[in-house]
Design a protein around this ligand. Sequence first.
Ligand code: HPA
Length: 245
Amino acid sequence: MMKLAIIGGTGLDQLDSLEILKSKRIETIWGAPSSPLTFGRWKGIELVFLARHGVEHNIAPHKINYRANIQALKDTGVDRIISVAAVGGIRADMKPGQLVIPDQIVDYSHSRVTTFYEGDEVLHIDFTEPYTASLREALLESAREGKLSVIDGGTYACTQGPRLETAAEIRKLKNDGCDLVGMTGMPEAALAREAGLDYAACAVVANWGAGLVEGEITMVEIERNLELGMTSLKELLSVLSARLE
Ligand code: HPA
């Protein structure tokens, strides 16, 4: 049977109602992952949960040890990962609270360790389609089955953070063809591909991208919208779990 992991982002630092079987602190050859791995049963299926920003939510996007996170999941036998990520919406239909299953990525992050290939080996992985089609499809079918509003496709811009963007940066991202913006999608997706793991993302829109509506972006607004979005997300994951049984 395939083993599923969920990497929870902002707004999903823990998966409540997860029946915890064990929690394990592990080390990898790249160091420690962001959080202990929680092995649990949720809606009938066994899964592994990892909090991307740490259980206390104290690891900023640029400080995450992405390699340790992916390696830890691989070492424990995981073969597919669903990444949950809070994003800013750029495209008009990607409004706060909306769930999106992106299909493309543009990486604007920098100064991050982006590969497992550290030695003499030169390897160029194919990354034409950065997300695993079958896992995206499983999420989309689950949304249809659960009658949940989920947008199929969108280009995810990964910025460096931790600050949010300027209005001009959001205009530029829009011109570049990006539909949503977050800070943690890369190098996570590329490392999962290098590790040979299936990987798909479910983005939860937390706010409009900077400058798209009047005023500043506040954490209060982000948290309120995330709460809304995470409720739908948990429903989506429930349906998905039942399908994977
Ligand atoms: N920009 C980048 N990352 C984000 C945003 C945003 O507006 N909202 C949530 N994560």
